[in-house]
Structures are given as structure tokens and as C-alpha cells.
Design a protein around this ligand. Structure first.
Ligand SMILES: Cc1ncc(COP(=O)(O)O)c(C=O)c1O
Length: 361
């Protein structure tokens, strides 16, 4: 039988299956009011990250969309890496803001604080650090620069569920942090995302986000309500929340397995440029950089090893097509390969991946 090693794969057992069955059997599958399992997930995620408030939504894109919505970025500049999933940047446009692309650091693929500082203008309203692959950005410098320039920080932690920066959980550092619980993510649901809030204004922000995720519905009294904003249909469903609660109970264990795999990749791959090793990283991805990417990816595919090329820079996509020089991003985009990374990988799979990559580079 031919070996096939997927790039991503959610790990689950009878706990998630039973929880999903119970949710289905309850006949209560979804509610914009965010009660039931959605509310339980929010409470648990709040405790996990240590944030003040947590608002569960339908996916990571919705989380970014709503987080930026309450920052009111219309006609304002928002600093964002180009080396990210496209909806990090779409979320700025959804809110009528202006994306300004920032380069990344070659060793981490996270936002370069020097380039960030250079690109701040009087029109800058916010910055979106993306914790690439789960490796936290240099939040000490990003926070300092943001404070000095009075700009908001809205982290994109789609990759970083369970990551820690200098001992502090991601989700409890900046005012707003967005998470994705897409099935490929460390904490997997059929569909899901969350915004964590850590601010003096947390309660009020939560109230606004609760309304925005449910079509602008507000001032609800039994079945009567008002609509006070142009909200969206962005709330999480109960089946996803049920699965998410079980995933959250084991996230530390799942992430520990990822860390062990990262240790193997880091020590045994004969590649000079690769993702650094860090205990605080959730290792959603593990990346290497090679000169002969096309050939390596093709060969790995022929051995049944699925790989990714995270990411083609957003500024180069046809819809954006921004003529800007981001030297590190542009270089990395030609060389980066992401290797299989998930808690279903067996030692034998990791051995095989390492042996095969080493034979090609
Ligand atoms: C960095 C980043 N931001 C945002 C998202 C969007 O998350 P979702 O797919 O849950 O909408 C993703 C998804 O892959 C991502 O990788």
C-alpha cells in the first residue's frame, strides 16, 4: 500500500464524536444569542488564554472582520504582513481600511518591527501581527511601537492557539486577538473562530461584538429586540462548539506532540534555513526554505508526502496587485515549504519525511 502523509489532519477520538452526537440529539444546533455550548466554549477559552472576555464566531476570518470593525479603521491605514492567509488583509478591506504591507524577518517569518516602525504615518490606526506558524511575533517591540504611536494592536493568532510569548498566553497580550478553529488548526472544529479581549474596555467591547456577530441585534427582551448596527451573521454553531470544548481539553497535549515533531525536524533536517525551535510555539506549521522548491515538492508528493507553500504574498495576488518591494517576503515566497505537522503523525512518518527531505536537499 502506498504511503500518504497529509499536511494537516485533525486528531480526535470518541469524546468529540460523542459530544457532536449529543449536540445533534439536543435539537439545539445554533443560536445567535450565544448560549449553550457556545457560551461554555467561550468561558473555557477565556480561562485557557487568561483574557478578560471571549466572543466565539464562525471562523477566523469573521473574528478578524469584527475585531477590526470595532476599531473603526475606515479610510485609515492598517499595517499587516503580506506573508499571511489572504483574509488577514481582506478583513481590512471589509472594514474600508487601507492595508499597508510590512516585511517579515527572515529567521521567524513574523512581522519585522523595524519595517513596521518605518511605515507608520499620521493615518495609521492599527497593526495586525500574524504569529507565523504559531511562533509569536516580537510583541515587546510591536507593543512598544504601537503605544508610542497610539495605534491599536489586533493580533492574528489563527496559527497560535496555545502559543506563549515570554510566559504569557497569546490571546492575553493585546487589546484584541483573533483565533481560527478551522479543521486544519491546532484546535479543530468544523467551523469556528474567536476574539479574545484584554482591555480596560473589555465588557463594552464584548457587548458590541456580541451584537455584531448576530446581525446587529441588541436590547433583547425575550423575543423582542432592536437592531442598532449593520451586524453580520457570524456566530458559532453548537456542534462546532461541542467539538471545540473536547479539543480544548486536550490542546496542551496536542501541542506537546507538535513540539516533539518540531524538535525532530529542527535537529534532523539537513536544511540550513528552517523554523526555529521555541517552547512557546504552537507549531501549527513547520517551514523550511530551499532553493529548488518545485523539484523538492514534486519529489515529496511522489513519495506520498503532502506539502504546502505558505504563502504566496497577498500583495502579489491578482486582486491586490500592489507594486511594493518587500525583499524578505518576496524571497521567502519562492523558497518556503511547509511540511506535514499534526498530532496524527507517527514516529515512522516523521522518520520517513526527514529521510526523504534530506535525500533531496
Ligand atoms: C493567518 C490566518 N489568518 C486568518 C485565517 C482565517 O481563518 P478561517 O479559515 O477560520 O476563516 C487563516 C486561515 O487559515 C490564517 O491562516
Amino acid at each position: 500500500m502506498n504511503r500518504r502523509i497529509p499536511l494537516f489532519s485533525p486528531k480526535f477520538d470518541h469524546k468529540e464524536i460523542d459530544a457532536a452526537k449529543d449536540a445533534l440529539k439536543s435539537h439545539f444546533w445554533a443560536s445567535g444569542a450565544g448560549v449553550g455550548r457556545v457560551s461554555e466554549f467561550e468561558q473555557r477559552f477565556k480561562k485557557f488564554t487568561g483574557c478578560d472576555e471571549c466572543v466565539a464566531v464562525n471562523n477566523g476570518t469573521d473574528a478578524l472582520h469584527l475585531a477590526l470593525n470595532i476599531l473603526d479603521i475606515k479610510k485609515k491605514e492598517v499595517l499587516v504582513p503580506s506573508l499571511t492567509f489572504v483574509t488577514t488583509v481582506h478583513s481590512i478591506l471589509y472594514n474600508e481600511g487601507i492595508p499597508v504591507f510590512v516585511d517579515v524577518e527572515p529567521g521567524t517569518l513574523c512581522m519585522d518591527p523595524n519595517d513596521l516602525e518605518n511605515k507608520i504615518t499620521s493615518h495609521t490606526k492599527a497593526v495586525i501581527p500574524v504569529h507565523f506558524g504559531g511562533l509569536p511575533c516580537n510583541m515587546a517591540r510591536i507593543t512598544k511601537i504601537s503605544k508610542e504611536n497610539s495605534i491599536h494592536v489586533a493580533e492574528d493568532a489563527a496559527h497560535a492557539c496555545g502559543s506563549k510569548y515570554e510566559g504569557k498566553m497569546i490571546g492575553n497580550i493585546s487589546e484584541l486577538t483573533s483565533f481560527s478553529f478551522h479543521p486544519v488548526k491546532n484546535l479543530a472544529m468544523p467551523k469556528g473562530g474567536a476574539i479574545t479581549i484584554s482591555s480596560r474596555n473589555s465588557k463594552n467591547m464584548r457587548k458590541r461584538l456580541n451584537s455584531l456577530r448576530w446581525c446587529g441585534i441588541d436590547k433583547r427582551q425575550n423575543s423582542f429586540y432592536d437592531v442598532t448596527s449593520l451586524g453580520y451573521n457570524h456566530y458559532m454553531d453548537e456542534i462546532s462548539a461541542a467539538i471545540g470544548i473536547e479539543q480544548l481539553k486536550k490542546i496542551s497535549k496536542l501541542n506537546a506532540t507538535r513540539l516533539e515533531i518540531a524538535k525532530r525536524y529542527h535537529s534532523d533536517l539537513n536544511v540550513s534555513e528552517k523554523m526555529p525551535l521555541s517552547k512557546g510555539c504552537s507549531y501549527h506549521l513547520y517551514w523550511i526554505r530551499v532553493k529548488n522548491r518545485k523539484k523538492v515538492m514534486k519529489e515529496l508528493r511522489s513519495h506520498g508526502i503532502e506539502t504546502g507553500s505558505h504563502y504566496r504574498p497577498v500583495h502579489s495576488m491578482a486582486y491586490y496587485n500592489v507594486k511594493i518591494k518587500l525583499p524578505v517576503t518576496d524571497n521567502i515566497a519562492k523558497e518556503v515549504i511547509t511540511l506535514p505537522m499534526h498530532a496524527n503523525l507517527k514516529k515512522d512518518d516523521v522518520d520517513f519525511i526527514i529521510k526523504t527531505v534530506n535525500s533531496l536537499v
